[in-house]
Design a protein around this ligand. Sequence first.
Ligand code: HPA
Length: 286
Amino acid sequence: MTDLYTRARAAADYLASKTSLKPKLGIILGSGLGDFANSVQNAVAVPYAEIPHFPQSTVEGHSGRMVIGTIAGVPVAVMQGRVHAYEGYAMDEVTFPARVLGLLGITSLIVTNAAGGIRPDFTPGHIIGISDHINLTGTNAALGANEPRFGVTPNSGLRFFDMTTAYTPRLLQLAQAEAATQGWTMSTGVYLAVLGPSYETPAEIRAFRTLGADLVGMSTVHEVIIARHMGMEVLGLSLVTNPAAGVTGEALNHLEVMEYGKHAAGRFSALLTALVPQIAKDSSAA
Ligand code: HPA
């Protein structure tokens, strides 16, 4: 098989051939948040199955399409659906789409997910800005031979790369300011990633709280690691869909997780729609 870089390049070139737009901003939509892709204008939607080497999601609620178009006039590449390690994909497959976004020219990545609330006040429906993460999936997205050709900015493409500001503080501040403009307070929190697919036990959630985690989920951290390896700036947003295991004593249920995505979709869309032009403006000025 051809090497990872060559495969990612082929996928990025294929996507570039489908549009005259040159998006610099990418958005990965998490569980239940996929509807936002329908608000992209002038869109071409490319099914993952059509993109060379692209992995296909097997989870209900994660339809797989790359939607390239504009939001408030800004070119964007929106991933409607992602694949997860718990589906049995190898690490370089899970993070292949993030690699492709980087090679497509994305320099700012908004990563979204559904998460369980470990903090008792992070109740369902809250949209939380991710300030940092704890990767307890037991693996790392950048595992394997380093590929310096993925380094598209001065400090990227390195074997060992910095994660001190994995979540770009400036983007988080923009998101919080926009939430305030829209009349609500965006709290920030630490996202802890597990492999899944089982939800956590109450004892695990107590342990995670002690470790400093506010949210728990099964995605995002690997994409963020890849984004940092490629020098992209990152905004992470979690939609709290349920109290984490043991917080209320209720059992966890995937259908409820999906339902909450739908409830908060309006607020989520309004936030993203307003943020996209601000991030684009700010990034080109930076
Ligand atoms: N745990 C892990 N992943 C999740 C959860 C949770 O409670 N809710 C949504 N995704």
